[in-house]
Write a new protein. Structure first.
Lengths: 294, 294
C-alpha cells in the first residue's frame, strides 16, 4: 500500500510543483469589506474561513497541499478552532493534502490524545511534532500514522535565526544536535518507508540554512522534508533546492503570506487576494522548477 | 509589583501545599451515570466540564492551582476547546491559579498568535512552552507575560523515560543539554524576577529524576519549577523535594489522575470522585509537607 508520503510525492510530480500553501490568515490580510465583518471572535473566525475558502478555490488545481497554522485560529478560541476544522474539511473536499502545523508534543496517553485530535479524523493528513520529549512523544503519533495512513513532520532544523541557540549545539560526539535529531527521525520512521523510498515520518528543515539542509538531505535519504522559510523569511528556490534529492523529490516548500497576502504587494496591486494568490503560487512554482531543473 | 510567581508562592505558603491538580479528564474516569451522557463530541466535552467543576468545588480551598492539559480537550475538537476555556474560567472564578499545559512552540508572529490565544485573556495565568525554537520562540511569550503579569514554564528535563534521548545528550562543553536549557531559561527570565526571588519564566523539571532536578535547582536559583511525574509516573514526595529550595519554596508538584481519578483505586473505594479527589489531595499535601519538613 502507498503511504501518505507516496501519495504526496505523486501529486507533487504530476503538478510539477513541490509547494504547500500556508493558510495562516490574519485579519490584517483581509480586504476591508471582509475585515469589517469581524467584530468579535465568532465573526473573525468566520471571516478567516471565508478568506481561506476563496484561496483554496483559486489554487486547488495547481498546488498539491495546504498547511494550516493552528496559532492563527486558536487566538480566536473555540470559534477559531472550528474555523480551522472547517478550512481543513473544505481543502480535503477539494482534493488537497492537508497539513496541520500544530507542533504538538507530549508523552504517553497525552500524546495519544493529541494523535486522536489530529490524526484519527478525516481533516488532516499530516501534523508537525516537536521532538524534545524523545521517542515516548513520537510513538503515539507514529502508531496513529500507521493505523490511519497519515504522516508527521518532526522539527529538525527550523528556519528562524535563534533556532541555532539549541539546534546547532555541538554534541560531545562532534555532531550538531540537529544532525542527531535527523538520525532519530530516520530511525523512528524506518518501518514506515513507502514505495517512493520516503517514510511517513518526515522532518521540518528550514530553507534559510541550505548548508545544514544539504547535510541532512545527504545523510537521511528516507526522510521527506517540509521546508519553511521560503519568501517572507528570505529563502529562495535555490536555497530550498538543498532539501531535495537528485530527482527533484523528497521535499515540499511552504509559503504562507507570500501567497495568501500577495495582493498587498506592489507586484500584484489591484488584483483580488485570491487571484493574486494564484499568480504568486505560479511564480513560486516557476522559481522552484528552475532551481530544481524540472 | 508582584509577579505571578510571587502570587503563586504566597498561595502555596498560606496553604502549606505546593500541589497543582492536573485536570486531564478522560471519559474512562467518569462515573457511569455521567459517562452515559457522552454520546458525541459536544456531549463528551460537556461531561468532562461537569466532572472538572465538581472537582474544582471539592479542592479549591486546599490547593493553590490547577493545570489543564489541552490534549484531552482538543481530542473533542472545538467543543473540547470550549470545555477547556469554561473549565479555566470556572477555576479562576473560584480563586485558583490556572496553568494551561499546552507545550506550544513557534516563532515570531506565530508565537505572538499563541501568546494572544493563551496569555491575553483572563483564563490562564501560566502556559507551558517548548524551548526547541530558541529565543525567537520565547520572546513573544515573555513579552505577553510582562504585559499581562502572566508566566510560562519552559520544558527543561521532562519526567518520561525517553526524555533522556535528547535532553540528556552530552554537549561538547561536557554539560548535558538539559543544563544548557536550564541556563537559557534563567537568562530568558532574568528581567522578570519578582519579590520572591523567582522569575515569571519557570522550568518544567520531572519528579522522576531527582539527581538532575537537584543539579538544576542548585544552579538556577531564580527559576521556579513545575514538577510533573508525581504519583502515576512513579515520583514520590522525597523525589519531588529535589526541586525545592531550602525553605520549601521554588516549586509546585503536579498530580493528575492520582487525584482526579483517585476514586477508582482501592484506597478510596466507595467514595464519590470529587470526595476522593479531596482526600487524595490531602494525602499528597501531607506527603510533600513531610518530605519538605513544612
Amino acid at each position: 500500500m502507498k503511504n501518505i508520503t507516496d501519495i504526496l510525492e505523486e501529486r507533487i510530480k504530476s503538478l510539477k510543483n513541490p509547494t504547500v500553501v500556508g493558510l495562516d490568515p490574519r485579519l490584517d490580510y483581509l480586504p476591508d469589506a471582509l475585515k469589517k465583518t469581524a467584530t468579535d471572535s465568532a465573526s473573525a473566525a468566520q471571516a478567516l474561513e471565508e478568506y481561506n475558502r476563496r484561496i483554496i478555490d483559486s489554487i486547488k488545481d495547481i498546488v498539491p497541499a495546504v498547511k494550516i497554522q493552528s496559532a492563527f485560529y486558536e487566538m480566536y478560541g473555540y470559534h477559531g478552532v472550528a474555523a480551522m476544522e472547517q478550512t481543513a474539511a473544505y481543502a480535503k473536499k477539494n482534493g488537497l493534502i492537508v497539513m496541520a502545523d500544530v507542533k504538538r508534543n507530549d508523552i504517553g496517553t497525552t500524546a495519544e490524545a493529541y494523535a486522536a485530535a489530529f490524526l484519527d479524523g478525516d481533516n488532516y493528513d499530516y501534523i508537525t511534532v516537536n521532538p524534545y520529549p524523545g521517542y515516548d512523544g513520537i510513538k503515539p503519533f507514529a502508531d496513529a500514522c500507521a493505523k490511519n495512513n497519515k504522516g508527521i513532520f518532526v522539527l529538525a532544523r527550523m528556519s528562524n535565526p535563534s533556532a541555532a541557540d539549541i539546534q546547532n549545539m555541538t554534541l560531545a560526539t562532534g555532531e550538531p544536535l540537529y544532525m542527531h535529531i535527523g538520525g532519530l527521525i530516520e530511525q523512528w520512521g524506518r518501518s514506515m518507508v513507502g514505495e517512493s523510498g520516503y517514510s511517513a515520518i518526515g522532518a521540518v528543515v528550514g530553507a534559510t540554512n541550505p548548508t545544514e539542509a544539504a547535510a541532512l538531505r545527504a545523510k537521511f535519504k528516507s526522510v521527506f522534508f517540509l521546508v519553511p522559510g521560503y519568501g517572507a523569511q528570505g529563502g529562495k528556490g535555490k536555497d530550498a533546492a538543498a532539501s531535495f534529492d537528485g530527482n527533484g523529490g523528497g521535499a515540499i516548500v511552504n509559503n504562507s503570506r507570500g501567497i495568501i497576502a500577495a495582493y498587498k504587494t506592489d507586484k500584484y496591486k489591484g488584483m483580488t487576494y485570491y487571484a493574486a494568490a494564484r499568480e504568486a503560487a505560479v511564480a513560486m512554482a516557476d522559481d522552484l522548477r528552475a532551481a530544481l531543473g524540472l
